[in-house]
Structure formats: structure tokens, C-alpha cells
Design a protein around this ligand. Sequence first.
Ligand SMILES: Nc1ncnc2c1ncn2[C@@H]1O[C@H](COP(=O)(O)OP(=O)(O)OP(=O)(O)O)[C@@H](O)[C@H]1O
Ligand SMILES: Nc1ncnc2c1ncn2[C@@H]1O[C@H](COP(=O)(O)OP(=O)(O)OP(=O)(O)O)[C@@H](O)[C@H]1O
Ligand SMILES: [Mg+2]
Ligand SMILES: [Mg+2]
Lengths: 252, 252
Amino acid sequence: MRTVLAITNQKGGVGKTTTAINLGAALAALEKRVLLVDCDPQGNATRGLGVEPAPPHLYHVLSGQVPIAEAIRESGFPNLRLVPAGRDLVGVEVEFVGLDGWQYRLRKALASVDAELDVILLDCPPSLGHLTVLALAAAERVVVPMQCEYFALEGISALVETLGRVRGGFNPRLALGGILLTMHDERTNLSREVSDEVRRHFGSRVFETVVPRNVRLAEAPSHGQPILQYDIKSRGAEAYLALARELLGRAA
Amino acid sequence: MRTVLAITNQKGGVGKTTTAINLGAALAALEKRVLLVDCDPQGNATRGLGVEPAPPHLYHVLSGQVPIAEAIRESGFPNLRLVPAGRDLVGVEVEFVGLDGWQYRLRKALASVDAELDVILLDCPPSLGHLTVLALAAAERVVVPMQCEYFALEGISALVETLGRVRGGFNPRLALGGILLTMHDERTNLSREVSDEVRRHFGSRVFETVVPRNVRLAEAPSHGQPILQYDIKSRGAEAYLALARELLGRAA
Ligand SMILES: Nc1ncnc2c1ncn2[C@@H]1O[C@H](COP(=O)(O)OP(=O)(O)OP(=O)(O)O)[C@@H](O)[C@H]1O
Ligand SMILES: Nc1ncnc2c1ncn2[C@@H]1O[C@H](COP(=O)(O)OP(=O)(O)OP(=O)(O)O)[C@@H](O)[C@H]1O
Ligand SMILES: [Mg+2]
Ligand SMILES: [Mg+2]
């Protein structure tokens, strides 16, 4: 199943980082060797796993200062390792302008370690800038978390258009791995209406698994732990385990 | 009270657009002549007010194709007008690189219409790229919506650092107007803990008004209306009216 998944959506706050951390941990719990790469200068995936963003981190890998193997850290969760992000990762947005072949730097770095890995997850920032392009060039599939809210619907067509451009440009193998409905609150009509609309539009490209709104998912990062460690009995943990199984089933 | 407020936070999904639309409408209801400028290529503020993103929009103003007066639209809510955003606004992130004085383009455009206005609100995208820099160069004060969640705390120091750089660089008048706690859910400890922590850090720079999590706020944009029009009796409408009054009181 060796695969590289970009977790992306330029709409902010839709659960990209929460999905990257917890899908990563769920796949690790199912005996996959997982590497999570934090491609967001905010470093939420790094902090959410309780890892310090001290150098070397992704910036030092992309700028060619260290091989990626030197930036890989243990996450504290078995089978799950991390390449952290620090604030200077922002530099990529200006330093790479005009540099030939910059889009492939992450893909090339990952190729040097992929023999020891089953799954690589790339957590993207909420924009379609250089860092997201680097991730889309390195990925084989894209997982798109989508809140069950109105603005989330708006952003999808821009995203699908970007995926088409990337596929037509520098990464012909890129496929949509699936749309993941997140923060679903079964008490509100809004959640139901939006999820029905998304399934009408995208059909089987929407994961069966829906992640409910669950405060335990929002609490876990303040303890530096994935949900499977923080509260295995929670609905959030159940959902991400189900998602991991569904993903492995689709890839088979 | 003529003032230009940037609504910004590079953390995604914290309520920037919801605050821009509803604070704008609340100030308009209090007889202020308000212009909302959508600086996000996603165009959520534009769509949330039911306005089509057809040209001319902000991109055509910033690239010098039309004066800003030609891009201003009615919002359907008295005293509230809008400069829409379209997807080609993304072009600013690449086309302006290296262009002398590009940071001041929005500020200059707004100076030509400010005689007829009391308040200008700038809704920013979830990043610290060119569009946010344009807004920070044009603004006198910054309002920072912050979710009552863990990752929100993480992002604040990066933001405060950026504000310092902007103040030291090209906009010495830029001040922090206030931090606004949003999506506060009094049923969870997490909301209480985060808001206590924010008040400990920032004291009186945090607005007294706290916006509760209120599904009516998330429903309103799908009807193209601010909350004051969609459901004036809701807790969301109350909060944004209180915020508008608090802001006017602080500015006096
Ligand atoms: N299913 C859920 N239930 C409850 N809270 C959630 C859920 N998923 C995410 N959250 C919380 O919602 C907020 C936004 O989630 P997250 O930071 O993962 O989104 P993101 O898309 O990575 O944001 P950004 O666009 O800034 O990168 C966080 O505070 C997170 O803890
Ligand atoms: N107080 C609230 N109660 C409930 N839902 C809210 C509240 N404020 C915002 N929302 C909803 O949460 C989502 C995120 O809010 P919004 O889009 O305003 O954030 P943003 O910071 O502008 O996001 P982005 O970073 O993508 O620009 C939206 O679906 C919005 O309707
Ligand atoms: Mg994130
Ligand atoms: Mg927004």
C-alpha cells in the first residue's frame, strides 16, 4: 500500500491537521509504518504531537541543508514518525520563486526514505501557495477534509480545478483519494444538508466514514497526543480507526 | 470614527469572514457607513452576502484596471457595501513580486473613497502572504478573531510578531484593535481554559464581548444574509451588536 497522501483544502479550519495526526496514528495502530510531514509553517501537526519545532525541520530539508532522514523524529506513538515544521518554513514561499524544479524538492527528499515506510501523510497549510504545491507534486492521492458547513461547499470547485491543473502539469499520477466529511453535528440541519449536497456532487468519492464533532479531538493536541492515545473510547477515535480501515480497503 | 480595520489571523477557520460580515452589518445598523473589502480569493465574504464575484472586483482595482468606486457593490443591507473578491485575486500573490510599492496599492485605492465612509473592514485569507500584507498596510487597527481551541493559542505569537514587523516596516500607525474570542462553547472546559489563558496573556486587549458557538451564524451565509437579517433574535446577532458597540466605545 506504499502511498503518499496529501491532506489538503485551502479553506481554513476544516480539520486537515486533526485528520493528518489521527489518520496517521490509526494507520500506525494497524501496523503500517507511517511518516507524517508537517508542511504548514504554523506547525500545528508538530505541536499537536508534542514535538518541539527545533531545527533541523522541513525547511532545512527543502533548502538542501540536511537529508530528510536527519529531520525525522519519533512522535511517541508506535509506528508513527514526524518531520516537523518550524516558522522559517514560511521562507519557502519567497526563496523558491524562479528556482528551476523547486516543485519536486519534497518528492525527491521522500524518495530517499520511502523503502522503510508504508504511508506518508503531508499536512498542508490553508492556501494554494508553494508549500501546498510541493505537497501536491509529491503526493499520489489527495484526501480533502470538508466541514459540514456552507463555506466548505464553496471552496471545493477551486480545489478540484487546482488538482486538475497539477495533474495536467507536473504530477500526472495525482488522484483524488477521497473527500472526508468532518465536524459533523447530527443535531443540526446544516450538517445534514451540506453532507447530502456533497454526496450528491461527489458520490463514491466521499468516504463512508464521517468524523463527528467531538470535543475530545480538540482537546487531544493540548496533551501532545493523537486521539487513540488521549481517549481511545471517544467517537473521534472510532471514526479515525474506521477511516484508516476504509482507506486500506480502497487501496487494496 | 473613520477607521480601517483588518480582520486577520493566519490560523484557518477561526471566524474572520463571519466577523467581517456580521461586525460590518452591526456597525451599519448603528448608522455607520461601512465598506467591507473581501481580500480572500475564496470570496467567502462576497458569497456570504449573496453577491456574485463577477468583474470588476478587488483584483481589477489592485491591478489598476478600474478605480475602487467602480468595484463597490450594494450588499442588500442598509449602510453596508462590499468590494467583492474573485478567484483571479490569487494572481496578486505572483504578479506583485518585485513591483515597487505594491504594498500600498490597497491603501491608496481606499484613500480615494474614504470621505463617504465611516468604517472600512478588510477580510483577510488564512495566510501571511501578499493579500494580508496589502490589508495590514492599509489598516489602522487589527481585529484578531481567535477560536477558543488549542491550536488558536499557538498561532498568536506568530501573528503578534508579524504585526510588529509591519509596524516597524511600512505601517507605523498599525495598532492591535483587539482579540475577539469566537465559537465559545460554554459546555466545554476547553473553551473556558483557552479563553482564561488568552485573557491572562493579553488582558484588556481582549474584547469583553465573546461570540458563542451558534449554528445560526453558520446558516446565515447560505442565505446570503448577515445574522442581523437572517435571525436578529439569535445569540450570534446579540454578540456582534455588542461587539460593534464595544468597538465604537473603545474608539471614542
Ligand atoms: N471532528 C472534530 N470535532 C471537534 N473539533 C475538531 C474536529 N476536527 C478538528 N477540530 C478542531 O477544530 C479546529 C480546526 O481543526 P484543524 O486545526 O485540524 O483544521 P485545519 O484545517 O488543519 O486548520 P488550518 O486551515 O489552520 O490548517 C482545531 O481546534 C481542532 O482541534
Ligand atoms: N460563532 C460561530 N458559531 C458557529 N459557527 C461559526 C461561528 N463563527 C464561524 N462559524 C462557522 O465556522 C466556519 C469557519 O468560519 P469562517 O469561515 O468565518 O472562518 P475564517 O477564519 O474566515 O476561515 P478562513 O481561514 O478559511 O478564511 C464557517 O463555516 C462559519 O460559518
Ligand atoms: Mg492545519
Ligand atoms: Mg474567511
